[in-house]
Each structure stands twice: as structure tokens, then as C-alpha cells.
Ligand binder design. Structure first.
Ligand code: C2E
Ligand code: MG
Ligand code: MG
Ligand code: MG
Length: 283
């Protein structure tokens, strides 16, 4: 009887695994079709200089709008794309699209630095340096207009490969920033060995910071550490003036957040950039 029950359990899990494999394959096909049908687009969230409240750059964020269906958020499909490897194709599309956009803005008079998110998996499975080099040449882009955002997980999963890619990119003039800083369970030693230009403090350290002396101490220490290493600091997820003011008082350099602006379609972002940017100021 116990044996029979064990077999049933095994069958149950085998069926589940098959179902999951099926879903993975299905999603990979959906993502490939989405790429072919041009269902992906990028939106741009302004990065604000906290001292002047001027736009200093933007982060490109991917959006998937299926032809007939509801929009799907990156939090839903990026992790799956990382699992099935399609993240490399997505990353290559993002890299090329940012190059195309920067060239278009240049034609229209003025662009600004753009940060793009690169998955940890891209370092392992793809040729990141090759793709960025190709984009820079194809659209004749100034390398220092490109900033790649990577998470600390890249250093845990494959340090030698990541280090080589980042060092090569840095030598080309591309900037490197650490996304979601402080959430990755990694050692800080990479700050000494890797060419890091920017730390992005994760929203979890920013939320409710005005109410917490401990959080403020942590934020202050992160900013001081970064500055001592000649690294600039961006705070993520600022949702109100009080938090923006606080981060400025703590000498944080830049900020992003719904308070300043949501991610915008490229035309809207560019209009805002050219207008000199009327983003909220301390009153
Ligand atoms: P991330 O790179 O840390 O991006 C910041 C996320 O926080 C974005 O969500 C942004 O819309 C959101 N955000 C910005 N300000 C605020 C705020 O004030 N409040 C709140 N609640 N949220 C704010 P989004 O666009 O949904 O992207 C989620 C994550 O998906 C990104 O986190 C990134 O890890 C990933 N992702 C987005 N686009 C790409 C991409 O092109 N490639 C890769 N590999 N990953 C991407
Ligand atoms: Mg990011
Ligand atoms: Mg982040
Ligand atoms: Mg994040």
C-alpha cells in the first residue's frame, strides 16, 4: 500500500514537472512570437539630480503588450525568460533599441545618458560585450551615454565572467551600476575589484526612511562608503517630497521615483527632457 502511495506521489510530481516543462516551452514560444511581432517596447524613467532637480538621464524599462491581451509586467516574464534562456534575446533587443533611440534623440537635438538592465544570466549565456560594441558602432553612440545596471547576483553566480565583461565595457567607456544595492547577499569586496560607477540603493531602504533613524543611519553610511570609493549614488523608488529632501540631506546624488516621474513613453520623456524638465522642487 505504502509502495503504491509512493508511486502515486512520484507520478504526481512527474506530471507536475512535465506540466512545468510544457509551460516553460510555451512561454519561450510566446516570448519569441512577441519579439517577432514587436510587442515589446521601452519606457524611460527620469533620473533626477537631487541638488538641482534636473533630469540627468533615464532608465529604460521593458514593457510587453501582447497583441490581444493585457500588458504583462517585467516582474512576471523576466524571471521566466531568465530560466528558459530567452533573456539573452530580450537583452539583445533592449541593447539595440536603446542605441536606435539614442541616435533618434541625437537627430532631434539632444539626448541624455540611458541605463539599461542586464540580467545576470546574460553574462553567462550571451556575448554582452559583443552586443554593446555592435550597438555602439551601428548607431555611432558615445559609450559614456550607456550605463548598464546589474545586480549583485552576477558576482555570486559567475564572478570571473562578470568581472571580465565589466572591465572590458569600462575600458570602452560604458558605465556600470549596481542595481538593487544591498539586497543581494553578496560580499562588498567587489567594490574594490570591479569598475563600479554607480550604486542604486534599493527601494526597501528608502521606503519609510523619514520615520526610521536606523534606516537613515544605513543610508548615510552607504552614501559615505560610495563617495569614499568615488562611486555615485542613486536612490530608487522615491514617492514623496519628504523622502527626496531627506536623501538630498544625506548627500545622495540622484533619485528615481514616481514622485518625480513614472516611466514614460519615449516621446513624452524626450519632450520633458527638452523642456528643461519641470519636476517637483522643494517648496
Ligand atoms: P529595477 O531595474 O530595479 O527597476 C525599478 C522598478 O521600480 C521599475 O519597475 C520601476 O517602474 C519601479 N519604480 C520606479 N519608481 C518607483 C516608485 O516610486 N514606486 C514604485 N512602487 N516602483 C517604482 P518595472 O518597470 O516593473 O521593472 C521591474 C524590474 O524588472 C526591474 O527592476 C528589473 O529588474 C526588471 N526589468 C525591467 N526592464 C528590464 C529589461 O529591459 N531587462 C531586464 N533584464 N530586466 C528588466
Ligand atoms: Mg534597474
Ligand atoms: Mg532596482
Ligand atoms: Mg528592482
Amino acid at each position: 500500500h505504502a509502495k503504491q502511495k509512493g508511486r502515486n506521489n512520484f507520478q504526481f510530481f512527474a506530471d507536475q514537472l512535465e506540466l512545468m516543462a510544457h509551460h516553460r516551452l510555451q512561454l519561450r514560444n510566446d516570448l519569441r512570437r512577441a519579439l517577432t511581432n514587436q510587442e515589446f517596447r521601452l519606457v524611460y524613467q527620469p533620473k533626477i539630480d537631487l541638488a538641482t532637480r534636473e533630469i540627468r538621464g533615464a532608465e529604460a524599462l521593458i514593457r510587453w503588450q501582447p497583441a490581444n491581451g493585457d500588458p504583462i509586467s517585467p516582474a512576471q516574464f523576466i524571471p521566466s525568460a531568465e530560466e528558459n534562456g530567452f533573456i539573452v534575446e530580450i537583452g539583445e533587443w533592449v541593447i539595440d533599441e536603446v542605441g536606435r533611440q539614442l541616435a533618434e534623440w541625437r537627430e532631434q537635438g539632444r539626448g541624455c545618458p540611458v541605463a539599461l538592465n542586464i540580467s545576470t544570466k546574460h553574462f553567462q549565456l550571451g556575448d554582452l560585450v559583443g552586443s554593446i560594441k555592435q550597438m555602439i558602432e551601428r548607431y555611432n553612440i558615445e559609450p559614456d551615454l550607456i550605463e548598464i545596471e546589474v545586480t549583485e547576483s552576477a558576482f555570486i553566480e559567475d564572478m570571473p565572467k562578470t568581472a571580465l565583461a565589466l572591465t572590458t565595457l569600462r575600458a570602452m567607456g560604458v558605465l556600470c551600476s549596481i542595481d538593487d544595492f544591498g539586497t543581494g547577499f553578496s560580499s562588498l569586496s567587489y567594490l574594490l575589484t570591479l569598475p563600479i560607477d554607480i550604486l542604486k540603493i534599493d527601494k526597501i531602504f528608502v521606503d519609510n526612511a523619514t520615520q526610521s533613524a536606523k534606516q537613515q543611519a544605513l543610508l548615510k553610511t552607504i552614501v559615505e562608503l560610495a563617495h569614499a570609493l568615488d562611486i555615485r549614488v542613486v536612490a530608487e523608488g522615491i514617492e514623496d517630497e519628504a523622502t527626496g529632501t531627506l536623501l538630498h540631506q544625506l548627500h545622495c546624488d540622484m533619485a528615481q521615483g514616481f514622485y518625480f516621474s513614472r516611466p514614460l513613453p519615449p516621446e513624452t520623456f524626450h519632450t520633458l527632457l527638452l523642456s528643461g524638465g519641470s519636476l517637483p522642487h522643494e517648496s
